[in-house]
Design a protein around this ligand. Structure first.
Ligand code: GDP
Length: 328
């Protein structure tokens, strides 16, 4: 197959649910080549009327909490209802080290083979901003290909949670019973973003501890100010291994969708997300254009030295560089 198809071939392929073509279109969104980005933008614009109808759910939790086991079990429950599911991932560790926390190991074996599921690993080799941008596009492309539920998974260790929160409708935090919040590396800010906390591994000897943790986290969540969505965050035990609590988790998502569609938050939140995506894109592209400019790259080291030595104020240096860039 040629490396690139014609834009119309991508568009037709995506709309007919062709997974190979969907994959190739997502690869275009991950490319740094301006020509690829342009085609990706054209495809996105064309399929836009077919996007927006899915429920977008962000999932986070520290490594080992059971994210992939949960997604595999929960996702299979969704596809068993005949619904199409997409699983995307944002793994900032894969950018830094080449290795990744979410893992290069084959995860979600069953889902990967399920014709109703589309599993896509985290894009690599880009900044978090770049990864966020391509994942946002991937969500829309998956929707155009008919996926009704889009799960975006990330690790609970960094800034990627905020990025995922800002591109999804519902934010799910997986936690464990019996380990303190600090031990689990979950920052208060992440708990505050959560629409639900699922206490995973609530099975066997762990069942009672999970019940206690449920009460503790409920109390903790009550201390946070009420959310703009009108939704009160829920805490539930579940077991990704035995499947306990998974149907309840799905019912909860349905309740959330119903409530926020009725009170108008669902649509308003997406409109806000779209606008903030526009501004983020502008900021990112301005920055790329500035720092990627050959003249600026040439001038920067001298000016940095001058600022460091105190010979030039930061403000003055920034102004000089920006003036120069505007003249380019
Ligand atoms: P991730 O790093 O968050 O994706 O975690 P994994 O899904 O890879 O799970 C880490 C380990 O916990 C694996 O050995 C799983 O089998 C185990 N695990 C996941 N969910 C459960 C659960 O609900 N109950 C029990 N007992 N073990 C689980």
């Amino acid at each position: 197959m040629p490396r690139r198809l014609l834009p119309q071939q991508y568009i037709d392929g995506i709309l007919s649910g062709d997974r190979l073509i969907l994959s190739r279109a997502i690869t275009l969104t991950e490319s740094r080549l301006p020509s690829d980005q342009e085609i990706a933008a054209e495809i996105l614009q064309a399929v836009l009327p077919h996007t927006g109808f899915s429920l977008r759910v962000g999932i986070t939790g520290v490594p080992g909490v059971g994210k992939s086991t949960f997604i595999e079990a929960f996702g299979s429950q969704i596809t068993a209802q005949g619904k199409k599911l997409a699983v995307l991932a944002i793994d900032p560790t894969s950018q830094r080290s080449g290795g990744s926390i979410l893992g290069d190991k084959t995860r979600m074996d069953n889902l990967s083979r399920d014709p109703l599921a589309y599993v896509r690993p985290s894009p690599t080799g880009n900044s978090l901003g770049g990864v966020t941008a391509s994942t946002r596009q991937a969500i829309l492309l998956c929707e155009a290909a008919g996926h009704e539920l889009v799960l975006v998974e990330t690790v609970g260790v960094g800034q990627s949670e905020t990025a995922v929160r800002n591109m999804t409708d519902f934010f799910l935090l997986l936690m464990l019973a019996g380990a303190g919040d600090e031990l689990q590396g979950i920052k208060r800010g992440i708990m505050e973003m959560a629409d639900a906390i699922l206490i995973n591994k609530a099975d066997g000897e762990n069942t009672a501890a999970a019940k206690r943790a449920q009460a503790d986290y409920r109390n903790a969540l009550h201390l946070f100010p009420p959310a703009a969505s009108g939704w009160t965050p829920e805490v539930m035990p579940c077991s990704a291994l035995t499947g306990t609590g998974l149907p309840e988790a799905w019912q909860m998502l349905e309740r959330y969708r119903q409530l926020t569609q009725q009170n108008g938050f669902f649509t308003r939140n997406r409109q806000d997300q779209n606008l903030s995506w526009m501004h983020e894109t502008i900021r990112r592209e301005l920055e790329d254009s500035f720092y990627g400019n050959p003249r600026i790259r040439q001038l920067l080291p001298d000016l940095q030295r001058a600022v460091r030595s105190g010979g030039l104020s930061s403000l003055q240096a920034a102004r000089q560089l920006l003036d120069r860039w505007r003249k380019e």
